[in-house]
Design a protein around this ligand. Structure first.
Ligand SMILES: O=C(CO)[C@@H](O)[C@H](O)CF
Length: 531
């Protein structure tokens, strides 16, 4: 089939709360987009925010793997109802929440290869997973495994130098190590281990899909310089791990034709190509066409800040991933677990569950919030490693509550961005007169929140054409990988509109928030020492 002017491209984003899909035309205009919301559309799996977390084990956060499979069944039928002509799709790519792991049972490869087009995927893959509940990025139950990994290579700095990060609880290596230790029989019955991204690619490929360099950088297993697994780290996590992971590939890899299941069930062309799928933040970097020097701020279930780097650096707070578009360059990323779910909690408790009221309250308080500063961590936070609510008054005294709802609302948003700026500066993100912040993710549609982002970072804030840059990035990746032998990435994506300026910082913002960041550093040290 190859690419023609009538070709379309299909991109997926398997995020924490939903599976999203977009179909774009040859000029990357959106023709169709739809989603499956896990909590509402698949209630039989009883997730909250797309995850399962037991009160008895608050650090354990998992997802029923079959829920993701059933979401694929549903989203393809929704696309069909939207009127998508699947025969025009020339290539498919996708991105997904990072670090989560999927454990394919012995015999599952044949199940993938021999899918019956008259049946749903979830009926046929119901016994394909040796571990039915996938640990995901919100899990923080692997501290023991993290210390072992760091010790075996000579410390956190050494691990960061090899893999781009010190050991983090949510990273796939420590998660695999915990499963090999606590569920050894299931681990031994595991034929293949995928990331969430390569798991989704495997379904469309009809075979096990490889892990890409960029999402593989979030495992504490990949040597980001050699672009291969580090054998010492593999061995430290679990036995026979190399054969369960297979070789990683460049993100820009055409990994094969679409599974015949989709050709016969949905009418895809049998020449439709599948590219490697990647992590959601890497997908966003692609969809935003992030330029050197710009800072991306993704405001989703997690909040993440990231930028492009020419070469890696060793840092103990934050991550270096392989750049999804260029095997010789990298991306720096800071991830904060308590993003939209925490914003929704305060919206519900202080603004009657209404974003309109939330924004009115936010805009009714002055920058600096009368000296109040707070931090809200519903889940064990990554940076800093803390959990709970911490409210401080202008005298830096910790208090249990604020007297007004508007102070609470501004304390949440300012506290989130002040913390993010502190870590960004420590990581080496340059925040200067030419800095542009490109916002994406669900909360990037909220101008009141973006104004606080602009003020705290003293930088103008832009937004991309669509809030979900990860999903658009997947569609761009599909087209680019198919055409990369004749067109470079900029040629393939220059039809997209440039990011749009949404807000600029107020003149007094720099002085207010420079001192607030300094206060944050002192307060957080006090809180960490009290723990
Ligand atoms: O853990 C993260 C990145 O390191 C998060 O951004 C997840 O990818 C969110 F799904």
């Amino acid at each position: 089939m190859g690419a023609t002017a009538n070709s379309t491209y299909l991109g997926f984003d398997l995020s924490t709360q939903q599976l999203k899909a977009v179909v774009v035309d040859n000029d990357l205009n959106i023709l169709h987009q739809t989603s499956v919301q896990f909590d509402n559309d698949l209630p039989e799996f009883r997730t909250y925010g797309g995850v399962i977390q037991k009160k008895s084990e608050p650090h354990v956060v998992v997802v029923p793997t079959l829920m993701w499979v059933k979401a694929v069944d549903m989203i393809l039928d929704k696309l069909r109802v939207c009127g998508v002509d699947f025969s025009k799709v020339a290539a498919i790519s996708g991105c997904a929440q990072q670090h989560g792991t999927v454990y394919w049972n012995r015999g599952s490869r044949n199940q993938l290869k021999q899918l019956d087009p008259t049946k749903f995927l979830h009926e046929q893959l119901a016994t394909s997973f040796s571990i039915p509940h996938s640990p995901i990025w919100m899990d923080s139950s692997t501290t023991k495994e993290c210390r072992i990994l760091e010790e075996i290579v000579g410390g956190p700095e050494k691990l960061a130098e090899i893999t781009g990060s010190r050991a983090y609880e949510r990273f796939s290596g420590p998660q695999i190590a915990k499963i090999a230790r606590t569920k050894s029989e299931a681990y031994n019955n595991t034929q293949r281990i995928s990331l969430v991204s390569s798991f989704l690619a495997s379904i469309f490929l009809g075979d096990f899909a490889p892990i890409d360099f960029s999402d593989g950088s979030g495992m504490n297993l990949l040597d980001i310089n050699k672009k291969d697994w580090d054998d010492v780290l593999l061995e430290a996590c679990a036995s026979n791990l190399r054969e369960k992971l297979e070789k990683p590939v460049s993100t820009c890899t055409n990994i094969g034709p679409i599974s015949s299941y989709f050709v016969e069930r949905f009418g895809f062309d049998d020449n439709c190509r599948i590219t490697a799928f990647t992590g959601d933040n890497s997908g966003s970097l692609i969809g935003m066409r992030l330029k050197q020097g710009d800072i991306a701020c993704s405001l989703g279930t997690s909040d993440s800040l990231f930028l492009c780097l020419n070469k890696p650096k060793t840092a103990l707070d934050g991550h270096i991933f392989c750049n999804p578009l260029d095997d010789e360059s990298y991306m720096a990323l800071l991830c904060f677990k308590n993003g939209s779910l925490t914003r929704e909690r305060i919206r519900d408790s202080s603004a009657e569950g209404s974003w309109k009221i939330f924004n009115e309250l936010l805009e009714s308080t002055p920058r600096g919030n009368f000296g109040n500063l707070a931090l809200y961590f519903d889940y064990q936070e990554i940076l800093p490693f803390l959990i709970g609510d911490f409210r401080f008054n202008k005298a830096n005294e910790e208090i249990s509550r604020y007297s007004s709802k508007e102070v609470e609302v501004r304390a949440l948003i300012e506290g989130q961005f002040v913390a993010r700026r502190a870590y960004a500066e420590d990581f080496g993100f340059v925040i200067g007169p030419n800095t542009k912040i490109i916002a994406t993710g669900g909360a990037s549609t909220n101008k009141s929140i973006l104004q606080v982002l602009a003020d705290v970072f003293n930088s103008p804030v832009y937004i991309s054409e669509i809030a979900n840059s990860a999903m658009l990035g997947a569609a761009c990746l599909a087209k680019y990988v198919l055409l990369k032998n004749q067109s470079d990435f900029n040629e393939v994506t220059n039809c997209l509109t440039q990011p749009k300026l949404i807000c600029k910082p107020y003149d007094d913002a720099d002085s207010i928030y420079k001192s607030m960041v300094a206060r944050y550093r002192k307060i957080i040290e006090k809180v960490k020492n009290k723990k």
